[in-house]
Every structure is written in C-alpha cells, then in structure tokens.
Design a protein around this ligand. Structure first.
Ligand code: SF4
Length: 363
C-alpha cells in the first residue's frame, strides 16, 4: 500500500482548488488524473449519471484507489442528544412538529449520559462521535453543555461532530473554541427541488451556515437524502452544489430515505438501488478526497448492495443500532460484512482530506 495512511495519492498531478478538467465525463474508462474541481456544470455531472453502470463504477473505483485505501472504511456513531419537537418542516423527518409521527419532544440530554454513550461507541470501534439535536438553531444557553460534550468526547480520543441546525457567527466560534472537529449540515437535495421538501428555511440559509462553519476552521460534513421523489437531475444538482463549494466537504453523507409512518414522505416510491449506487459513484468521482458515507437506510440494504456502494467509493458508515430516531444495522452485521468483503476499519490517525490536500500541495 502506498500513500499516507494507506491512501493512494499522486502528488504531482494534484493541485488544490485549481479547476481542472482531468476527470472528464463520460465515454472513457481510461485512468483520469485525480484533481479537485469546484466549477462543475450540471450537464457534466448528469453525464456521469448517464454512463453505463460498469463504466461509472470503473471510473469511481479508479478515483477511489488513487485517494484512499479501497479496503478501509471509517466508522462513526451518531447519538440524538435532543430528540423531537423540531419547528422545521422537513417532509422526511420523524422529529418535525409538522409531521405526525407520535414522537414526543425531549430535553437536551445530560452531559454525563452523552459521555457514557460515547464511551460505549468508542469501545465498539467508532473513531468519530456525532451528536445531533432537533433544533432550528441552538439557543445560546445550551452551548455550555454542548461545549462540555465536545470536550468530553475529545478527551476520549475520538473526533467530534455536531449537528444543531443553523448557527450564528458567535455560536460557530464557541463550537470551535470547544474543539469541535466537524459540523454536519446537509443541503438535502438540489436547490430546485428543495422547496418541495422544506419550506421553513431556505437553501441559502444552509449554504450560509456551511460558510460560517468553514470560515472558523471547523470541517464540514454535508450531503443529502435520495429517494425523496426527486429526479436524477436533482441528485446531480445536489452533488454539484457540494462539489462546487470553495472546499469540498470532508464528509459527504448520502442517505437513502427511510419512509417513516406519519411523515409526508411515508408513501414515497422506493428509489431503485442502482440509482443509489450511481449517486455514491458520482459523489466519489467529483469529490475525490471526501469521505463518502453510507448513512440512513443502510439497514434495508442487502450485503450485495452495500458491497456495490463500497466499490463505488463509499468509505464511511454509521455504526450502532440506532440513527437519531430510526434503526440502523443490527449488532454484528457490519463486522460480518466487513469480514466477508475483506474490509477493515479506518484508523483515526488518517489525515482528513483537507489536511492531506495541503500536505500534498506543499510537496
Ligand atoms: S431534519 Fe433536522 S431540521 Fe429538519 S425537522 Fe428533522 S430535526 Fe428538524
């Protein structure tokens, strides 16, 4: 294995933040150079989606092998630290007060309970601990407890991630001071389809929060959900938005809609699994240094589908039996699958993409 921590890197052809056309859609299965671009057009991204599946997978796996060890997957665990009662109207969400899912609103979890859960996750192999609160935005009075959670989890030797809704500049700075590594804030879908799913905050609100987080030096986790009733072009648009951010998100979670009873999307048509694989593959190709995470919906995926997703470039999963309010994979299933596929957990010491990019650019 070559590269840093098992990543496969070609330093001489990697130029940070310089738009280059070396990954060219579609038609070819030759080996493209691995570069980052931030000027993707919708037509270019849609052209990747339109490739024959074998060509798309070959392209994605080729990129993946140059930027990561293809047989290592990063493990994160997600805990809901404040469940239910969210004033936002996300059509898919069990925690929105606009959906009738019967979920009751809870208060922010006590710090010690969060730390106890984090220790269990660490013992199970997680290297990143993600904490989510069902808020439109945090209240300033909650930030002291949030900071204690971040500090406590970091003291255990894990990376920290928070998802708390929109943030002001001051709140972002407080999270940075507490040592937060990642902030999750998904764009969810394409800008054009967005208002079919959420009306209580705008796409621009989301981009503004992402920009504040980036400005203070917290890494970004941002992705979306597929199977919301969107078109393939919307999946392309969502990935284009993420890839055209000034710096690619370090983590890109791709969620398959979990159709929760009582939400507006409970009866949505299931997405064809191949379309899900295509979304993963395109994310890998246009954001070559990002961790692409298989997120919600994994418990309903067969081993074969997950294996295809790993081949398409997914290299991160959520560990544990629960994801916020929905169930995740059963205990033991992931380790059996990893053993079957020859996949090993990624070590924490791996430099994150931006750090790696800077290292490579400096060489
Ligand atoms: S997805 Fe997040 S912001 Fe939207 S309703 Fe659910 S908890 Fe609130």
């Amino acid at each position: 294995m070559g590269g840093l921590c098992g990543r496969f890197v070609t330093p001489s052809i990697y130029k940070k933040n310089k738009p280059q056309m070396s990954i060219s859609p579609p038609t070819t299965t030759t080996t493209p150079a691995t570069t980052t671009r931030h000027d993707w057009t919708r037509a270019e991204v849609e052209a990747f989606f339109a490739l024959p599946l074998n060509d798309l997978l070959f392209e994605a796996q080729s990129v993946h092998r140059r930027t990561f060890d293809p047989n290592r997957v990063q493990l994160s665990t997600l805990l809901s630290i404040k469940t239910g009662g969210c004033p936002e109207d996300c059509a898919y969400c069990s925690q929105s007060v606009h959906n009738e899912t019967g979920l009751s609103a809870e208060k922010l979890m006590e710090v010690q309970r969060v730390l106890d859960e984090a220790q269990k996750a660490k013992d199970a192999g997680a290297t990143r601990y993600c904490m989510g609160a069902a808020w439109r935005e945090p209240k300033d009075r909650d930030l002291e407890a949030i900071a204690m959670m971040i500090e406590g989890v970091k003291a255990m030797g894990m990376e920290t991630c928070m998802t708390l809704g929109m943030l002001s500049v001051e709140q972002t700075l407080k999270l940075k001071t507490a040592g937060l590594d990642y902030y999750n804030h998904n764009v969810d879908t394409s800008e054009e389809f967005y208002d079919k799913i959420i009306t209580t905050r705008t796409y621009q609100d989301r981009l503004d929060t992402l920009s504040r987080v980036r400005e203070v030096g917290i890494k970004i986790c941002s992705g979306g959900i597929v199977g919301l009733g969107e078109e393939e072009g919307d999946r392309a648009g969502m990935l284009m938005t993420l890839a055209n951010l000034e710096v690619h998100p370090e983590s890109v979670p791709i969620n398959m809609l979990v159709r929760v009873e009582g939400t507006k999307l409970a009866q949505a048509n299931a997405l064809d699994p191949i379309d899900f694989v295509r979304t993963i593959a395109v994310a890998r190709i246009i954001m070559p240094f990002s961790m692409v995470r298989l997120s919600a919906g994994r418990e309903h995926m067969s081993d074969e589908l997950q294996a295809m997703c790993f081949f398409a470039g997914a290299n991160s999963i959520f560990l544990g039996e629960k994801l916020l309010t929905t169930t995740n994979t059963a205990e033991g299933r992931d380790s059996q699958l990893f053993a079957k596929l020859g996949i090993e957990p990624m070590a924490l010491e791996c430099p994150q993409p931006k750090a790696l990019a800077e290292t490579v650019a400096a060489e």
